[in-house]
Design a binder for this molecule. Structure first.
Ligand code: NAD
Length: 440
């Protein structure tokens, strides 16, 4: 099949699709295409996940508007089915890969999942198939890894035996379907014709601009946009530390700074987590590794953001010290373990660093999170007998906490807020020793 034939089959929805990786990205993508009338096969290496999807059950916890209902509809209608078996992919016309792409402790990309998925796919994909990488990858990965691997393992040649492109995602937990539908996308093809065919596919589910580009531009845009966000947050965090030390209030400072033209200071807080923001700047850096670019700002931003959970521990120590209580042997209620409000996603959660630091200092963390089975339950019961509470995540449930009840459950009236969810006047009036990020 050539690209014109494939485009026609994408237009009339007779093309058969497969989405490889059924996680936060792949599952909603598969469900949306199925909802638009395509026959979609979802592929994952996790049998439990596949079994759950085939029962029409949403494996993603947290507030994810519309996803559970959509999944049920498309699975019941037979348009979406999941499998662990790559042999079932032999009749598919287009493939979307959305497997994880983390970095290791030395900030080097770990492409095991991507390599494994490409190798398995290469063994079964039919002639003329379109392969699209949605995973976030370092600049040049399409040319240096994806293309040679596919050609070698399939024995097919690019633009003869298969077509290839990169179309990165702009989703985030809590807004998966919304962002997929409404965010514009960079559609990077190995050729302009491939980009056009990819646009014929994505226009079925995306209601915003689909911007054609080459693969290197697509890779750069994705990693740059997340590095940009990380740097902006790091700036806000550094200003928060400055405001604290100067006896100021970063929130007031931010509000007034943003009245100045072209200033859009981000929000400071207890740290940056998730699968993407903490690692995509490293993917960007890896893409130019050894090419003579002395990166300084992007790694510095990572260091600042990674230090914020440790700063939260310092705030806890200061708050406890006002009551002559050392951190050693204290019990600390840690509110929130996910990286994001009302999500179950714990990847690169800042809370993990905070908890590790508390153990190092001889304190005992007592974790609560309404969205994580291991840590959920009644929050007041969980904090009972703790010497202090620290808010790491702005879950809705914490915004509605009864402060008087929280104070009576705690052994000492010590509260530290890393997400500015409380009104400081109210907390102080309740009688707490109250510390916030960015307030001196
Ligand atoms: N999560 C987000 O908000 C988000 C946003 C934008 C971009 N991305 C990017 O999208 C990609 C996927 O992220 P995610 O959050 O969906 O990850 P995820 O871990 O939720 O999902 C990945 C899925 O791929 C499966 N998998 C791994 N190896 C496989 C293989 N060989 N064959 C089939 N399935 C395999 C895993 O079991 C998992 O279910 C990453 O590159 C990420 O950077 C994620």
């Amino acid at each position: 099949m050539n690209l014109n034939e494939l485009s026609a089959r994408l237009e009339n929805k007779s093309a058969k699709l497969a989405v490889i990786g059924q996680g936060y990205v792949g599952l909603p993508v598969a469900a949306l295409f199925a909802d638009k009338g395509f026959d979609v096969l979802g592929v994952d290496v996790l049998p439990e996940r596949v079994a759950k999807i085939n029962k029409g059950l949403n494996p993603i916890e947290g507030k994810e508007p519309g996803l559970a209902e959509l999944l049920k509809t498309v699975v019941t209608s037979g348009r979406l089915r999941a499998t662990t078996d790559y042999n079932e992919l032999a009749d598919r016309d287009a493939f979307i890969l959305a497997v994880e792409t983390p970095v290791d402790d030395n900030h080097i990309p770990r492409y095991e999942a991507l390599r494994a998925a490409l190798s398995s796919l290469a063994g079964v994909m039919k002639d003329g198939a379109l392969v699209i990488i949605e995973s976030t990858i370092a600049p040049r990965t399409m040319h240096d890894l994806v293309l040679p691997l596919l050609e070698e393992k399939s024995g097919k040649k690019l633009n003869e035996g298969f077509y290839l492109g990169n179309c990165p995602e702009r989703v985030m937990p809590g807004k998966l379907l919304k962002n997929l539908r409404t965010m514009s996308r960079v559609v990077g093809g190995m050729t302009p014709e491939t980009s056009e065919t990819m646009i014929a596919l994505y226009k079925n589910i995306v209601e915003a601009d689909l911007d054609p580009a080459d693969c290197i531009t697509a890779e750069l845009v994705k990693t740059v946009e997340n590095a940009y966000r990380d740097v902006q947050i790091a700036f806000a965090n550094e200003v928060a530390l400055v405001a604290e030390a100067a006896g100021g209030d970063v929130w007031k400072v931010r509000e007034l700074v943003n009245k100045s033209p072209q200033r859009q200071m981000h929000l400071p807080g207890a740290g940056v987590g998730g699968h993407c923001i903490p690692k995509d700047p490293w993917l960007l850096a890896y893409g130019v590794n050894g090419r003579g670019v002395p990166l300084r700002l992007i790694p510095a931003a990572r260091t600042i953001n990674d230090s914020m959970p440790l700063h939260m521990v310092k705030l806890l120590e200061s708050a406890l010290a006002t009551l002559n209580k050392p951190i050693l042997d204290s019990r600390i209620a840690v509110l929130g373990y996910a990286y994001l409000e009302d999500s179950d996603d714990t990847r690169n959660s800042p809370t993990r660093s905070l908890v590790a630091r508390l153990y190092e200092l001889g304190a005992e963390p007592v974790i609560h999170d309404p969205w994580i089975a291991e840590y959920n339950g009644d929050v007041y019961e969980r904090v009972k007998g703790c010497d202090a509470a620290v808010v790491m995540v702005a879950h809705s449930a914490y915004k509605e906490l009864d402060l008087a009840k929280l104070k009576s459950a705690l052994r000492l009236p010590v509260l530290v807020d890393g997400r500015r969810i409380f009104d400081s006047d109210l907390v102080n009036a309740t009688g707490f020793k109250f510390y916030e990020v960015g307030k001196g």
